[in-house]
Write a protein that binds this ligand. Structure first.
Ligand SMILES: [Zn+2]
Length: 175
C-alpha cells in the first residue's frame, strides 16, 4: 500500500514537472501569446519594405464591378500585415515578403477569406485575364507579378473593355 502511494506521488511530481517545462517552453517561444495563424504559407508580421511590389485586381460579377475590400490581410489588434494585403479598396494588392518570393492569386484569396469579413465573390473559378490576355491558369496557379493588371470575371461578362494595364502602381513602389 505504501509502495503504491509513493509510486503515485512520483507520477504526480513527474506530471507537474512536465507541465512546468511545457508552459515555460510555450512562453519562451510565444506559443501562448501568438494567435495569428499562418495562411497558406503567408505569415502576418510587421511591414518589412525590403521587398515590396504591387499588382492590381479588378473583379466583375454578373457584369458589374465588385470591389476588393480594404484591409485584407491586416490584423489591427496585432499590428501585423500578411505578406499579401490591401490597404484601401482600390484593388491594389501589396506584396511584401521579407525576401523575394513568388505568390499566387489563390494565396491572396486564402488570406482574403481568413482575414476579412467581406468574402470573395464565389468559390467558383472565374475567367482570368492578366494584362489584357486570357489566362489559362486557375486562381491557385496564377502568379502575382509586379504591375500585373488582373481581371476576374464571374458569371456574365461585362460589356466593356477590360483594364489591361495600370501605370499608377509605379507611384507605390519603393524601388
Ligand atoms: Zn505596397
Amino acid at each position: 500500500m505504501k509502495k503504491d502511494q509513493s509510486k503515485y506521488a512520483v507520477i504526480v511530481a513527474a506530471a507537474i514537472a512536465i507541465g512546468i517545462v511545457f508552459v515555460a517552453y510555450g512562453l519562451a517561444f510565444g506559443i501562448f501569446t501568438t494567435s495569428i495563424p499562418v495562411i497558406d504559407g503567408i505569415i502576418c508580421e510587421n511591414e518589412m519594405f525590403s521587398y515590396h511590389i504591387h499588382a492590381h485586381l479588378d473583379i466583375f460579377v454578373n457584369e458589374y464591378p465588385s470591389p476588393v475590400p480594404a484591409a485584407i490581410g491586416i490584423v489591427v489588434q496585432n499590428h501585423c500585415f500578411y505578406w499579401l494585403h490591401t490597404h484601401k479598396s482600390d484593388g491594389i494588392i501589396h506584396i511584401e515578403p521579407p525576401t523575394v518570393k513568388q505568390f499566387t492569386l489563390g494565396q491572396f484569396f486564402d488570406v482574403w477569406r481568413s482575414s476579412n469579413t467581406l468574402s470573395p465573390p464565389s468559390q467558383e473559378e472565374p475567367i482570368i485575364y492578366v494584362n489584357g490576355q486570357l489566362a489559362s491558369t486557375k486562381l491557385k496557379d496564377t502568379p502575382l507579378r509586379s504591375h500585373d493588371e488582373i481581371v476576374l470575371v464571374y458569371g456574365s461578362p461585362p460589356f466593356l473593355q477590360y483594364p489591361n494595364s495600370i501605370n499608377s502602381l509605379k507611384v507605390y513602389d519603393k524601388f
